[in-house]
Design a protein around this ligand. Structure first.
Ligand code: IFM
Length: 422
């Protein structure tokens, strides 16, 4: 597809449940109350209070000199009971979107970012292929209600992370540990991307920014660099290649028009061709954070390189890897958006260098031919980091107010790096 070259999108990314506060109708609201499921017994609670303080968030984006904002709609607010749509919630998201447009911020709107309405999970959630029509209906509504304000859509965020965390590792609700079910869930989310993208194209006919496109749709893929723990071990090398194939390549291939073909040794494969996927994506969203070592030995499935610097969550700090991730993603022959990239660093010791090095990696990837159209830093503010609770502080702004108005020194670095490139 030809996507005209708009100004490069420089933004930040967030998701509804992680920042809004006060959401009670989804699976996470139930899950976080189960003892032991979230680090330190944390609950999202009021999070960043963004449901009411969204203007503060947009003003912060302006203060950083950015022109784009990726955020998500909370499906359970919009459809608190199956088939009942909440006009007040729909109205609030409309206000936020209009607030973006008033400030010349291009919104990039995600429909599904990990949370599910409670009623949806009760119906079998993403395990039931028949439930995809429910997501399609929600996508259709979003297209109808917000098409005049939104051209850029992300249907699903990190289907592979959701599938493996919720149905294999069991760290996300519903806490299942069954790899075969995980593959089925990922396949259904991939299909959902196709259906939702089609629904958006049918309902969003308004070209909000006059570039000739009413809808540019994609999904956000968490791209991990895998390497063998012991590079002389054939078994470890096989593991690294196998994980790269299923987690990265198979998912990206389906998202960019290929068949669904998910395969892990010892588990029945999931293979099907979904017509709606063939033309579903105008871009591939790339969420890049780190590199992991994998192998047969050791108690942990994935580990950081021994001796490498790590962030507050124990992830290797490897911002140079963004260049490799973008080179690998460019092979799928669609424009790319870096839809997430960031570091958990409460002390703000590493973030400034991380940003500088990541953006240099981005420059190099573009110079080498990767067609990247935007970069969204994760995240604007510290927020609820799922099963890690509030232990992962990814914000350019601190939740509990370090520095003037909570702005961390690295926020200025990001603003400066963007200003140099705009
Ligand atoms: O906070 C998450 C986000 O919800 C999805 N991508 C990775 C981020 C950091 O873990």
């Amino acid at each position: 597809m030809t996507w005209p070259l708009p100004p490069f999108l420089w933004g930040v990314a967030t998701s509804a449940y992680q920042i809004e506060g006060g959401s009670a109708g989804n699976d996470w609201a139930d899950w976080e109350r189960v003892p032991g499921m979230v680090r330190g017994g944390a609950c999202a609670g009021e999070a960043c209070g963004s449901w009411d303080r969204w203007e503060r968030d947009l003003d912060r984006i302006i203060a950083l000199g950015l022109n784009a904002y990726r955020f998500s709609l909370e499906w359970s607010r919009i459809e608190p009971e199956e088939g009942r749509f909440d006009e007040a919630a729909l109205g609030r998201y409309r206000e936020i979107l209009a607030g973006c447009r008033d400030r010349s911020i291009t919104p990039l709107v995600t429909l599904h970012h990990f949370t599910n309405p409670r009623w949806f999970l009760a119906r079998g959630g993403w395990e039931e292929r028949g439930n995809l029509a429910l997501f399609e209906r929600y996508a259709r509504l979003a297209g109808e209600r917000y098409g005049d304000l939104v051209d850029l859509w992300i249907t699903v965020n990190e289907p592979e992370v959701y599938g493996f965390y919720a149905y294999d590792a069991g760290t996300f609700p519903p806490g299942v540990r069954d790899r075969a079910r995980a593959l089925r869930v990922i396949a259904n989310l991939l299909e959902a991307h196709g259906l939702a993208s089609q629904a958006l194209r049918e309902t969003d006919r308004a070209d909000s920014d006059g570039d000739g496109h009413a809808v540019l749709a994609g999904a956000a893929k968490h791209w991990v660099l895998f390497e063998p723990r012991n590079r002389w071990s054939p078994a470890d090398r096989v593991m690294a290649v196998a994980q790269h194939r299923v987690f990265n390549v198979a998912v990206a291939r389906a998202l960019t028009g290929g068949p669904i073909d998910l395969w892990i040794p010892g588990v029945p494969p999931v293979r099907r061709r979904v017509e709606a996927l063939a033309t579903a994506s105008d871009f591939l969203g790339v969420n890049y954070y780190t590199r992991w070592q994998v192998g047969l030995g050791g108690s942990e499935a994935m580990t950081a390189r021994p001796g490498a610097p790590v962030n507050d969550l124990g992830w290797e700090i490897y911002p140079e890897g963004l260049r490799i991730a973008l080179r690998e993603c460019a092979r799928f022959r669609l424009p790319l958006l870096v839809t997430e990239n960031g570091i958990a660093d409460a002390s703000d010791r590493w973030r400034s260098d991380f940003i500088r090095t990541s953006l240099t990696a981005l420059d190099h990837a573009r110079a080498a031919g990767a067609d990247v159209r935007g970069y969204f830093h994760w995240s604007l503010m510290d927020n609820f980091e799922w099963h890690e609770g509030y232990a992962g502080r990814f914000g350019l702004y601190a939740l509990d107010g370090a520095g003037p108005r909570g702005e961390r020194p690295s926020a200025r670095v990001y603003a400066g790096e963007v200003a140099r490139r705009r």
